[in-house]
Each structure stands twice: as C-alpha cells, then as structure tokens.
Design a protein around this ligand. Structure first.
Ligand SMILES: Nc1ncnc2c1ncn2[C@@H]1O[C@H](COP(=O)(O)OP(=O)(O)OP(=O)(O)O)[C@@H](O)[C@H]1O
Ligand SMILES: [Mg+2]
Length: 447
C-alpha cells in the first residue's frame, strides 16, 4: 500500500516542519521545499500527489507555482496557505485552479480534512475514465451514482436547473448525498470557475455566525482587530452552500432574507452596503416545512430558499442503487489504497441489499472502506461484513414504514420482506400473511 506523497512549499522553516510532522503522523510521505523553484525541481523528479504551498515566498511565489503546476501537471491538486492579509489572493488562487485554501495559523484538523478531500478528488479523476466506460452514462452524474427511478429523476432535475441562478433547497436524511448534489449543481453551472463556498450553519455558534456570513469591520466587537470578509463576499460570482440551514438562529434568518431579496448587506459593525451576486443552495436533514409550521423557521425565508426543491430519498427506498454503489466504492477505495479487491460475492451482496442503512450512502461507503482496510480481501464475502450488518437478517423482523406511504407500496414491501424472512418459501409466507399462496403468486406476477 503506497502512501500518498505531498509536497509542502513554505519559506518559513518552522511552519514547514510543523506541517510535515502533522501530515507524517497521518501516514503521508512528505517532501519539503522552501520556494517555488525548488518545488518545481522536486515535482519533476518525484511522484507527488498533492502540493500545499504558501503564497508569499522569495524566488518564486505560490501563485507562480500554482500556475506552473496547472500547466505542467493539471491533475495535481494544489492547496494554498494564506496568512492574514492574503485572503484576497487565496481566493484569486482558487479561481486559478487551486483546490482550496487554508488559513494560518494552521489548524491540524482542517488541514487533514482538506488534504483528504483533495487526494480523494485526485483518485476520482484518475479512475473516472475507467468508470465512464463501466457505468452507463445515465446512471451517474458528476460522481453521483444511482440507477433507481428516484435518483434518475434527481439527475434529470439537476441537469435541468444547474444553469439557472434560482435558489435550491436540498432535503434528505443524513448521508444521502446532499453536499454531493450541491457540488454537482455548482460545477455544472456557468458559475463553476468561481468559488463554491460552504457554511456549516450547525457548527457556528450564534455569536459568530453573522460575522462569518457577512464579515465584520475593524473594531466591530472585542477581538475584531482587522476587518474581514464574510462568506457572502467570498462567494461573490459563485455559489454559497448553506448546510444544515435549519440551524440558523432566528435573528440571522431575517438578515439572510434581506440578502436573498436585495443581494446586499452590511458587514457587522459597518455602514457601507455591499452588493453581491451569488447563487444560494441550502441543505437540511429535517423537513423544513415542518420547522416552518412549528415556528422555528421563517416562512418567507423558506419560500426564498425553496425555489427549486430536491428531495433525496433514503437509501432504503432505492435499494437497487446499492448494487451500483458497492462496486463504485470498491473501485474508489481500490484506487485510494492501491488494492485489487475484485468484487463481492452474491451472498454478501444479498445481505447488503437488505440491510436498513439508517446512515444511508455514507454508512454504506464507510462499510466498504473499512472492509477493504481491515481485510483487503480478494473478493468481499460474508465473513468480511461487520457483525451488526451480518446479523441483522435474522433479527430483523420489523420494517420501518413512514406514515402516508401509499398502501400499494407498503403491501409490496411487506410481501417482499416476509418472503425474505421465510427464505423464499411462499407457503410459509402466505400462512404468516394470512392469505392464500395463490394470492402471493399473483401479486408476485403483478410486481
Ligand atoms: N449517489 C451517490 N453516489 C456516490 N457517492 C455518494 C452518493 N450519495 C452519497 N455519496 C457519498 O456519501 C457520503 C455522504 O454524502 P454527503 O456528505 O453528500 O451527504 P449529506 O446528505 O450531506 O450528509 P449529512 O446530512 O450528514 O451532511 C459522501 O462521501 C458522498 O460522496
Ligand atoms: Mg452534508
């Protein structure tokens, strides 16, 4: 298993060394360079999967290096490090093709996350040629996989609405792919060369969310030593992704509404009105309409966000996608970990097909990744599955049914699940269901 190699370019030896240690601990192999020229020399000699570069450096600075990498090795992602005062340039770097920027002082968790995402993108790019030929075009869209009727409708909708500027509200349980969809919309829109900026509304405390969104002027509050642009300004020309939008505090909701209506706002502690041109995509794992009825979410804001509505069905309501997602993830992690897992046995796949997947696609993806890492099997089989998944079949004699599900669907699900429980024995199933075995035959034919 080969470790991904990262080239760190930083003229301050202390900072360079601390990044090296941080990433080494995470299992990457690291090259260090102190300016752009040295970095280019290393890039020619070594296999490098990712470049992390400071912006201000003697000899050849980060921007010039970025330009050279994008010309010379466009598939290599570049992350730029920005210090206070160079944020503008970092944003410029993103426009020039940098993957992302991280701010100094470097937060170990953030750098690890950004690195992981950048490397993931690299492998996906490398394998996409492969996948294109293997998966039929209509079953995937920007790395979103699915062949169920429900997902195909979602792909169609995205293709259709991506080019327009209308707000989009994506609703779905945790792990159903909301962020993936938001990304796909942005990258399939004319705004794609401009930034895609994400705000995780749930992780921002009430006190700081406004300065995060709208920025602040110097002296706006204790600690505001310099003025700072908010995410709205950073997203100018591009897309702002409001994740977990249901968690925006009431006072901020009204300000948000104003920006959406007028396209303008003030920084915290500022009096100058700032105009922005952005597209907003919001995501929620709750039913926002219900939150409106409960009075925790403003109705006018809801209507503003909900111009286009995308509902992502939970994985258990589109089980046919599992048989496409499993090979997709095997391929993805084969690439990531340099493995050659060939596939999955039918009996193991059967178990995956029937598992309830409360954590949705994310849970499925994590399961496949962990099987590969723990067992690196040549083919995935029953013993490789985690016990909680393997055992669910025997214990699971209950299926969740959402109120309001059409009876026809409920009947179908109960019929199929009962047959599964009786291992396909129709006579036994008929007895349990209190119907004649002929009725089962007839219903099966109708399905
Ligand atoms: N249809 C899909 N095809 C391929 N990968 C998918 C699909 N749906 C989700 N994933 C993967 O599953 C993981 C979870 O997706 P994502 O983060 O978009 O979910 P989410 O709905 O935003 O979850 P949460 O509400 O917990 O934030 C990601 O790694 C994503 O790439
Ligand atoms: Mg998410």
């Amino acid at each position: 298993m080969e470790k991904p190699a990262i080239l760190v370019v930083e003229d301050d030896a202390n900072v360079g060394e601390s990044i090296r240690l941080l990433l080494k601990k995470r299992g990457y192999s690291i090259f260090l360079a102190s300016n752009g020229r040295e970095a280019l020399r290393l890039l020619r000699q070594e296999t490098v999967n990712l470049v992390i570069t400071d912006l201000v450096m003697p000899k050849m600075d980060g921007m010039a290096l970025l330009e050279a990498v994008k010309k010379f090795k466009p598939e290599t992602e570049v992350i730029v490090i920005s210090a206070q005062g160079t944020i503008e340039r970092a944003v410029q770097a993103i426009k020039m093709g940098a993957f992302d920027f991280i701010e100094k002082p470097i937060n170990p968790r953030i750098i690890a996350l950004v690195v992981e995402r950048a490397l993931e993108k690299e492998t996906l790019l490398l394998q996409s040629r492969d996948l294109h030929s293997r998966l039929e075009g209509q079953f995937h869209f920007s790395n979103i996989v699915g062949k169920s009727e429900k997902m195909r409708r979602v792909f169609q909708l995205i293709r259709h609405i991506a080019p327009y500027d209308s707000s989009v509200l994506i609703m779905g349980e945790s792990g159903t792919g909301k962020e993936l969809i938001a990304n796909a919309i942005h990258y399939n829109s004319p705004r794609s060369p401009m930034p895609f900026i994400k705000v995780s509304c749930a992780t921002l405390s009430e006190g700081i969310i406004e300065s995060e969104l709208f920025g602040h002027e110097r002296g706006a509050f204790t600690g505001a030593i310099t003025s700072r642009k908010g995410r709205f300004e950073l997203a100018h020309g591009g897309t702002l992704f409001l994740d977990e939008v249901e968690d925006i505090p009431a006072a901020t909701q009204i300000k948000l509404l104003r920006v959406l209506q007028e396209g303008e706002f003030d920084r915290v502690g500022g009096s100058r009105t700032i105009h922005v041109n952005i597209r907003v995509i919001a995501a929620s794992n709750r039913d926002l309409q219900e939150e409106v009825e409960k009075g925790t979410f403003r109705e006018d804001l809801y209507y503003r966000l909900n111009v286009v509505n995308i509902k992502l069905p939970p994985l258990r309501e589109r089980r046919e996608d599992i048989s496409l997602l499993v090979p997709f993830f095997i391929e993805k992690y084969n690439q990531k970990y340099q493995m050659e897992v060939k596939g999955i046995s039918q009996r193991a796949m059967d178990v995956l097909l029937h598992y309830p997947w409360r954590g949705n696609v994310r849970e499925l993806e994590n399961t496949i990744e962990s099987i590969l890492v723990v067992h690196s099997p040549s083919t995935i089989d029953l013993p490789h599955l985690p016990p909680e998944i393997r055992n669910v079949e025997e214990s699971q004699e209950v299926i969740p049914v959402r109120l309001g599900t059409p009876l026809e669907e409920v009947e179908k699900e109960i019929l199929l699940e009962t047959l599964r429980m009786t291992k396909g024995n129709k006579r036994k199933a008929a007895k349990l269901l209190g119907i004649h075995v002929r009725t089962i035959h007839r219903k099966m034919e109708e399905l």
